[in-house]
Each structure stands twice: as structure tokens, then as C-alpha cells.
Design a protein around this ligand. Structure first.
Ligand SMILES: Nc1ncnc2c1ncn2[C@@H]1O[C@H](COP(=O)(O)OP(=O)(O)OP(=O)(O)O)[C@@H](O)[C@H]1O
Ligand SMILES: [Mg+2]
Length: 313
């Protein structure tokens, strides 16, 4: 019971999130269009996958970049959206130097196609911009505008990966709720577990997200990863109405750190390293997921309408 108390105490975000829910209402029932169209290369609809975690530094960007690269290496069209507005670093991790970012999209000086930059192995990135306070303080209407902009892609990808920020701001909640799948990156630290629990609680209770896939990061081996999953799932099974599936793990690996220092992905530089192999397995897991259920689209269409009504956008 102590662990539950600790988790609830650690949440501390609840009042902010309650306010957010009051502003946004409950998740919708109606179907509508937002993230993603059919992909020409597979005939399937683009699958939007948000990578979240709550706590800072647990490896969300590392997982986004390397999973994106592993999917690209496996022959998929992938776009990686850096949704860590104002503190963007996907471009840094891939050694890219974007000239435009989401801010330019929002001020109308470019379209979504103009933002795409192509990284290694054809992985495309939508950069978020860094060091701009305005980008860190976008309204819900602006977040919805970013999400809706993906409807204008000329060639929708097979996968749209969304690297989210730390914490549980409107930004994170909207992108996670808009996606078809939420991948939760967790490492074996109390704060990571409590923040992950907080995120599951809020996204399920207030945003209607019911299914999550957990990646155990920086673990020693598969056994430790499973234990970490069980630790969190024991609490969520008891107290939350969510399914927390085990997706896989990424071991703590010096090669991964070296790749980051070289502004590259470990998947590209050292594919047979432990972490390189792990990302290949994670990409294989994604491939088995089947058709998305379009729930993300329903939810974000609702937010878009709410935001449009509130802001006149
Ligand atoms: N599997 C791993 N093995 C070794 N080091 C790792 C691993 N995963 C992440 N790291 C280290 O953790 C650091 C933080 O990772 P990352 O930037 O991906 O976290 P984040 O969750 O995106 O952080 P933020 O919340 O600040 O956006 C990396 O720079 C890297 O040094
Ligand atoms: Mg990050």
C-alpha cells in the first residue's frame, strides 16, 4: 500500500490535470479525421505512435530516434515528429541542422512538407525548434493545428513517431491522446515508476487512453525488464482501468551513449550491439501490431474541435 501512497503523492500534477480536463471535457464518441492518411507503400493507414514517459531523461528521445531508425532500416517510411517544443533535440541526436521548425508552420510561413528533413536511412524528421519560449507555451489550439497539419502530407508515412516532452503538460497529453499507440519508456528508478503511473492515470482517466505499451530502458537484461513491467502492472491492474502491455526492453549500453555523442543512432552505427539488436526487436514488435483502431483520431478530432471553439482558430 505504501508504494501506492508514494505514487499518488508523487503525482502532484493532478490539480493541473483536473483543470485541463474541465477545459477539455471527456473523450469523444464520434469518429473524425486528424493524424494520418493511408500510406501508399503499404496501403495501410499511417500509424501514429507517441513515445512518452513522464519523467525527464528516461530515454524517450533515444527510443524515438532509434526505433524510428530501426523501422526505416526494415523498409518502412517513417516520420519522426519532435514534439518537445522549445527544447527540441531529435535533430541534434541525428546530426541534422534544420532551418525551419514548427514555429514557422504555426506562423504560416511554411507548410508541413517544407519542414520535413531527411536523415540517415531516409528517416524524416519534423523539427520542433529549440530555445524559443513561445514554442514551449503553445495553446491547445496550436497543438491541434500541428497535429492537423499532418493531414496535408503528400505522402503519408507508414509510421509517425512522436517524441514527447517530459512531464504531463497539455502538449504531452494531447500528442499522446492523439496517437494510435502510446509507448511508455520506463527505467528502474522510483521517480520513473511514479511518473509513469501518473501518466497512465491521467491519460486513462481524463483522455480515454486505455492501452499502453511499456519499454523498459537502461535495464541489465530481459529478466530485469520483465520485473520492472510487473512492478508497474501490479499497481495499474489494481487501481487503473488500463492494459499495460510489455513491448520490450533496451539494455543499458555504452555503445548507445557513444552513438549519441557522435550524433548518430546506434541502429545505424552498431546494429549488432546489444542496444542495436534491442531496437531491431522493438521494430519487429511494432510490425506485429496490426491495424490501428483509430482511437487516437477520434480523441484528437475532439480536442481540435474544442480548441477551435475556444480560440477561434
Ligand atoms: N539504453 C541506454 N543505455 C545507456 N544510456 C542511455 C540509454 N537510454 C538513454 N541513455 C542516456 O540517457 C540520456 C537521456 O536520454 P534521452 O535524452 O533519450 O531522455 P529523454 O527521456 O528524452 O529526456 P528529456 O525528458 O530531457 O527529453 C541519453 O543522453 C543517454 O546518455
Ligand atoms: Mg527527450
Amino acid at each position: 500500500m505504501n508504494s501506492i501512497l508514494a505514487m499518488n503523492q508523487a503525482i502532484g500534477l493532478e490539480s493541473m490535470l483536473r483543470a485541463l480536463t474541465e477545459r477539455q471535457g471527456k473523450p469523444p464518441a464520434a469518429r473524425d479525421q486528424a493524424f494520418g492518411l493511408a500510406s501508399p507503400s503499404t496501403g495501410r493507414r499511417c500509424r501514429a505512435i507517441a513515445v512518452a514517459g513522464g519523467k525527464g531523461g528516461v530515454g524517450k528521445t533515444t527510443v524515438s530516434v532509434n526505433l524510428g531508425m530501426a523501422l526505416a532500416v526494415a523498409g518502412h517510411e517513417v516520420i519522426l515528429l519532435d514534439a518537445d517544443m522549445g527544447l527540441a533535440n531529435v535533430d541534434v541526436l541525428l546530426g541534422l541542422t534544420p532551418t525551419r521548425h514548427i514555429g514557422h508552420l504555426l506562423d504560416g510561413s511554411c507548410g508541413i512538407e517544407d519542414l520535413l528533413i531527411t536523415g540517415p536511412r531516409g528517416l524524416k524528421v519534423v523539427p520542433a525548434g529549440s530555445g524559443t519560449r513561445r514554442l514551449a507555451q503553445l495553446s491547445n489550439g496550436e497543438h491541434a493545428a500541428v497535429i492537423r497539419a499532418f493531414d496535408d502530407l503528400l505522402t503519408p508515412p507508414d509510421y509517425l513517431l512522436v517524441d514527447t516532452a517530459a512531464g504531463l503538460s497539455d502538449n504531452v497529453a494531447m500528442f499522446a491522446a492523439a496517437a494510435d499507440d502510446v509507448v511508455l519508456v520506463v527505467c528502474d528508478e522510483p521517480a520513473s515508476l511514479t511518473d509513469a503511473y501518473a501518466m497512465l492515470k491521467v491519460l486513462s482517466r481524463d483522455f480515454g487512453v486505455r492501452r499502453f505499451r511499456m519499454v523498459a530502458n537502461m535495464v541489465r537484461n530481459a529478466g530485469e525488464a520483465r520485473q520492472l513491467h510487473q512492478k508497474l502492472a501490479r499497481v495499474t491492474d489494481r487501481f487503473l482501468d488500463v492494459a499495460l502491455e510489455f513491448m520490450g526492453m533496451v539494455p543499458h549500453d555504452e555503445r548507445l551513449k557513444q552513438a549519441i555523442r557522435r550524433q548518430s543512432s546506434v541502429v545505424d552505427l552498431w546494429p549488432s550491439s546489444r542496444s542495436g539488436q534491442a531496437f531491431k526487436q522493438l521494430a519487429g514488435a511494432v510490425d506485429t501490431w496490426g491495424e490501428p483502431e483509430r482511437l487516437g483520431l477520434d480523441r484528437i478530432a475532439f480536442f481540435s474541435r474544442q480548441a477551435a471553439a475556444a480560440t477561434g482558430w
